[in-house]
Ligand binder design. Structure first.
Ligand code: 13P
Length: 254
């Protein structure tokens, strides 16, 4: 089963219009492996979605960083899945740890969001990952399994889901998981999918890694058999994001 390498750039809550234009220019001018080898998705803040979509090269796609859990209406400050569809945005990141931990999004709430968003025709980058405390207490797999279970409870077609394993202790800390640590969790998560969701879904679902990925560490991580790509934060705002996209060729030559 070949899983196409996936590189997402999560810009988080960053950027001025000028900075955004500069990042898009760098992306547009970059020479990267073809669409057959790597799927590239960048995720600007909501206010820049339209601008990035209209300026960005057509072989790269755009993702929102969140959306509302149900149909739109009287939900001040929220953005609905329908609005993203109407704007031509194909992807959305859901369940990022910054939303789970800072905004108290529960596993169930994230599962509901994933299910509703998929039902509207969007594709989802669903994030899971443990805190340092959870890792140190030996509950990494139990945590990511519970987070994934809440999605599996409500979703039956996994074609449009990419799972992002993002250990919280590695996010924005410069402390990247070692290739062996990433591979171990990706392998266990795929095994969990196999045992609890189904063999075909386990072998076709891409599990990408996020947490301090940069131009220097991406190749070694990409070489791990169960690492199918990356979700990149800080480095996605810099030209080294191009090197991370290029690490897809590690897989092709494997
Ligand atoms: P950093 O790459 O900045 O650690 O962020 C990772 C992340 O949270 C991507 O969603």
């Amino acid at each position: 089963m070949t899983r196409k390498f996936f590189v997402g750039g999560n810009w988080k809550c960053n950027g001025t219009p000028n900075e955004v234009k500069k990042i898009v220019t760098v992306l547009n001018e970059a020479e990267v492996p073809s669409e057959d080898v790597v799927e590239v998705v960048v995720s600007p803040p909501f206010v820049f979605l339209h601008m990035v979509k209209s300026l960005l090269r057509s072989d790269f796609q755009v993702a929102a960083q969140n959306c509302w859990v149900r149909k739109g209406g009287a939900f001040t400050g929220e953005i609905s899945a329908e609005m993203l569809i109407n704007l031509g945005i194909p992807w959305v990141i859901l369940g990022h740890s910054e939303r789970r931990l800072i905004l108290n999004e529960s596993n169930e709430f994230v599962g509901d969001k994933v299910a509703y968003t998929l039902s509207q025709g969007l594709k989802v980058i669903a994030c899971v990952g443990e805190t340092l405390e959870q890792r140190e207490s030996g509950s990494t797999l139990a945590v990511v399994a519970a987070q994934t279970q809440s999605i599996a409870d409500k979703v039956f077609n996994w074609d449009n889901i990419v799972l992002a394993y993002e250990p919280v202790w590695a996010i924005g800390t410069g402390k990247v998981a070692t290739p062996a640590q990433a591979q171990e969790v990706h392998f266990e998560l795929r095994k969990w999918l196999h045992d609890n969701v189904g063999a075909a879904i386990a072998s076709s679902t891409r599990i990408i890694y996020g947490g301090s990925v940069n131009g220097a560490n991406c190749k070694e991580l990409a070489a791990q058999p169960d690492v199918d790509g990356f979700l990149v934060g800080g480095a996605s705002l810099k030209p080294e994001f191009i090197d991370i996209i290029k690490s897809a060729t590690v897989k092709k030559n494997a």
